[in-house]
Ligand binder design. Structure first.
Ligand code: FES
Length: 143
């Protein structure tokens, strides 16, 4: 072992310790992100597919349309926007009825929109959903 190895190792460790701090992306934790994400829901009717796409008692994520739809056992439909309210990442993972954000790990109940796990604190926005001519449609009705 040389006398130079200790300082070099220390310098290396100091450098490595600084990397995770930079990588945290703390700007993403602002409430500004929450406000931005809230406006990411459909503002016009969006067709999701045939009515049978979401069977009774199931929940389905429509990634492209950024909507998650649940059909209750009684046939009632509910939908929520699937853009994370923390910093605006579109979510692409649904486990059962839990929507998971891959950016920072927030979890949401897809049947209620409620936050199950932080860092998100704002629930998912509810989106109107209905059946029109045998097709599932999300978003506000056309005027
Ligand atoms: S954007 Fe941060 S948890 Fe989803």
């Amino acid at each position: 072992m040389s006398a130079h190895s200790t300082p070099s190792r220390r310098a290396l460790l100091q450098g490595a310790a600084a990397v995770p701090v930079v990588g945290l992306g703390l700007a993403g934790c602002s409430t500004e992100g929450n406000r931005r994400a809230a406006s990411a829901t459909p503002t016009a009717p969006v067709e999701l597919g045939p009515e049978g796409e979401v069977a009774k008692g199931t929940t389905k994520l429509f990634e492209e349309q950024k909507v998650v739809v649940t059909r209750a056992e009684d046939g009632g439909l509910t939908a929520y926007g699937s853009v994370c309210t923390h910093a605006g990442c579109p979510m692409n993972k649904l486990e059962g009825t839990t929507l998971i954000c891959s950016c920072h790990g927030s979890r949401f109940d897809a049947t209620t929109g409620e936050v199950l796990e932080r860092p998100a604190t704002v629930p998912l926005p509810e989106v109107p959903v209905r059946v029109e001519g045998g097709r599932l449609v999300a978003g506000p009705a056309e005027a």
